[in-house]
Write a protein that binds this ligand. Sequence first.
Ligand SMILES: [Mn+2]
Length: 269
Amino acid sequence: MRTFVIGDVHGCLNDLLAILEEINFTVGVDKLISVGDIINRGPNSLETIRFFKQLDSSFDMVLGNHDLHFLAIVHGAKNPTFKDTLTQLLNAKDLDDLVGWLQAKPLVTQIKNYSIVHAGIAPQWDIIKALSLSREVEITLNSENSGHFLNQMYGNVPDSWNENLEGMTRLRVITNYLTRMRLCTNNGELNFTDSDPNLESHRFLPWFKHRIKHKNEKIIFGHWASLNGNFCAPNIHALDVGCVYGGKIRVMNVDNKVLTDYKSAYAQH
Ligand SMILES: [Mn+2]
């Protein structure tokens, strides 16, 4: 049994199938974990989510901001935007099954020695803390409060974690770190405006530059296509290489750290 983690798929079903063929992925034997953003922006969100779901116990994932955006639309908390490519999925006859399946997914998970998260882990949290905060969101997403949470989820304030945060504000801040973060200060103040990893700033750096205290923790993440999968820091692996933007799709074998890239056949821009 081999264990692979795959970067952002964004509904690019053909690229997904091609790279799984390239690594000779065997359902029922091998395991695939997604860093989230399995849907939206690309051409085949419906078939992509159906494909992942039918992999059953050969598949696991964490939620990305686009997966949460879809759930927010389903719950009437958000309207689709002109950039969304979710119409077919939103009209699917098996929508309820797909939503129930997706909504049960966590924001952080662990496989072997790795933690998998969509965007990143706040500088002030170790993995144990991140897992427990992810659990708070997961419990709410799977309770009768899920619609209320998805309504309150959007917003950039407060921009920093504080242990005393409560209720929906607390869950919003947790979600922002785990699914939207790119740049932050060393005490975790989030920058929601910039996405340039080389931003000339004394304060804001890519989140993984602030994990010196936790440098032995191994993290795999997606979300930040403009990093282009380049080296981040020891033990930190970026897997989003922008397949939906005409880039590549990437999988990492966590047993030997071997990366496989497949050049996307899909170019949106
Ligand atoms: Mn994302």
